[in-house]
Design a protein around this ligand. Structure first.
Ligand SMILES: [Zn+2]
Length: 116
C-alpha cells in the first residue's frame, strides 16, 4: 500500500510504502505538543516528492537522535528521522498528515516517552 502525505500547504509532500498496523502516541515533551500519532517505517519506504528547499525545516534537541522535519511555511510536522535499536534508518510518519485514512480505525499504542 502506498500512502500520500503532506504538510498543510504542500511544501513537504511524500509517499510512504507499507501497512499501518498501529500508531504510537507518545507523551514526551515534543510529541505531546505536536499531538502526532506516529507510524514507524524503514527510512527507504519514504519517497519525498518535494525538494528540501527553504521551507524544509529540521528540529533537533536533547541528544539529537531524531531529526524532526517540519514545514517552515505552515508549521506542520509530517515526519521525523532516526534509527532503530539495531541502527537501521527509520522514519516516524505522523499519520495525522496522511491522506485518505480512517484515523479512528487505527489502534493506538501509548508510549511513556516522558519517563524514558
Ligand atoms: Zn507546509
Amino acid at each position: 500500500m502506498t500512502y500520500q502525505e503532506s504538510c498543510h500547504c504542500g511544501s513537504i509532500a511524500f509517499e510512504v510504502e507499507g501497512r499501518i498496523e498501529q500508531a504510537m502516541s507518545c507523551n514526551c515533551s515534543i510529541c505531546s505538543r505536536k499531538g502526532s500519532l506516529m507510524w514507524f517505517v524503514p527510512a527507504g519506504h519514504l519517497t519525498l516528492r518535494t525538494p528540501q528547499d527553504e521551507n524544509f525545516g529540521t528540529y533537533v534537541f536533547n541528544q539529537h537522535v531524531i531529526r524532526h522535519r517540519f514545514c517552515k511555511n505552515c508549521g506542520i510536522h509530517p515526519y521525523g528521522e532516526g534509527t532503530d535499536p539495531k541502527g537501521q534508518a527509520m522514519a516516524a510518519i505522523n499519520i495525522r498528515c496522511l491522506e485518505g485514512i480512517d484515523i479512528d480505525a487505527i489502534p493506538v499504542t501509548r508510549y511513556d516517552g516522558r519517563s524514558a
